[in-house]
Write a protein that binds this ligand. Structure first.
Ligand SMILES: [Zn+2]
Ligand SMILES: [Zn+2]
Length: 338
């Protein structure tokens, strides 16, 4: 197969503006990198935060997208882990220095000098992408390219958030029932949890979706669940959900915020935190999280529900995500491959 010199990509030139459908050079893989033909790339809420300028200092111009599924077409000189023709997945964490105090104590997700796919590195809203072999994952068979894409962030970050919550007890609340939630609930049920799903007021469609996936209760985020929660995971980027989840939690309850950005958290009385309740965030992922999650997912088995869009419709996919009009996960697919 002869490789063309240029590719189509959806490019962010400036935050606050729509992505542009451009012809750009195909990137060259460095020694540790593979060049992949992108087949599918998930659309994550973090992409919206980058487009909106909520996250500072993105690479510009930038190709978004950090849930990339593709096939290797070329390997750098030091690549041993992947071969031409192999399918792989590229997540948000694209590089760490390996030497800072966080990396040295096994917290590479907190690295002082990280690079992130689709934010400080070009990502997968394109026909081709390069990725570092050390931060890419082989993908379990049994998932189409589009089905596998949401595993790489919605699945991974959901799983890391769930790990922080699961020891607290059996009753798990999930606030915001989108891509991450629809995967996390399947793992939680597999491990014997009861899941309570919270959505925007009046979003009966998402509540129905949660019940269909096995939630024992689904309601609006300003309601209290019928039982106190042992833990809650917040996937919606909405600060007032922190006190709401604390109010819904039992003593010793853990409230985990899984998003990279959130609106301000309003002041709240100490007594809703009292009783050894904990509030914490989850940042990024480690490669160990990825390996663990991709091993568990096919055993559950986690099934992803995806709504696909052609690559050039990325702006439409982002707007639908913004307005809560995606059930499950939005995924961009390149021509002829799903
Ligand atoms: Zn993401
Ligand atoms: Zn580091």
């Amino acid at each position: 197969m002869t490789k063309p010199k240029t590719m189509r990509a959806m490019v962010l030139e400036q935050p606050g503006r729509p992505l542009k459908w451009l012809e750009v050079p195909i990137p060259q893989p460095g020694p540790e990198q593979v060049l992949i033909r992108v087949h599918a790339c998930g659309v994550c809420r973090t992409d919206l935060h980058v487009v909106d300028g909520d996250l500072p200092h993105p690479k510009l111009p930038l190709i978004l997208g950090h849930e990339i599924v593709g096939t290797v077409v070329e390997t750098g000189s030091r690549v041993r882990q992947f071969q031409v023709g192999q399918r792989l997945g590229v997540p948000w964490l694209g590089y760490t220095d390996g030497t800072c105090r966080y990396c040295r104590r096994g917290q590479e997700n907190l690295c002082d000098n990280p690079r992130f796919t689709g934010y400080t590195l070009d990502g997968g809203y394109a026909e081709y992408a390069v990725a570092d072999q050390r931060y890419s994952f082989p993908l379990p068979p049994g998932y189409t390219d589009a089905e596998a894409a949401p595993l790489l962030c919605a699945g991974l970050i959901g799983y890391r958030s769930y790990r922080m919550a699961k020891e607290a007890g059996a009753r798990l609340g999930i606030y915001g029932f989108g891509a991450a939630a629809h995967i996390t609930i399947q793992i939680a049920l597999f491990q014997g949890k009861q899941v309570y799903a919270f959505t925007r007021a009046g979003d009966t469609e998402s509540q129905e979706f949660a019940r269909r996936l096995g939630a024992v209760w689904a309601g609006s985020s300003d309601e209290l669940p019928p039982e106190e929660l042992d833990a809650a995971i917040i996937f919606a980027p909405v600060g007032p959900l922190i006190p709401a989840a604390l109010r819904a939690s039992a003593k010793g309850g853990v409230v985990v915020s899984g998003g990279i950005h959130m609106s301000d958290i309003p002041a709240f009385p100490y007594d809703i935190l009292w009783g050894e309740r904990v509030v914490r965030s989850v940042a990024n992922l480690t490669r160990a999280d990825g390996e663990e999650f991709l091993e568990i997912a096919p055993r559950v088995p986690v099934k992803t529900e995806v709504q696909t869009f052609p690559l050039e419709a990325a702006n439409e996919a982002l707007e639908r995500l913004r307005h809560g009009q995606i059930q499950g996960a939005a995924v961009l697919v390149t021509e002829g491959k799903q």
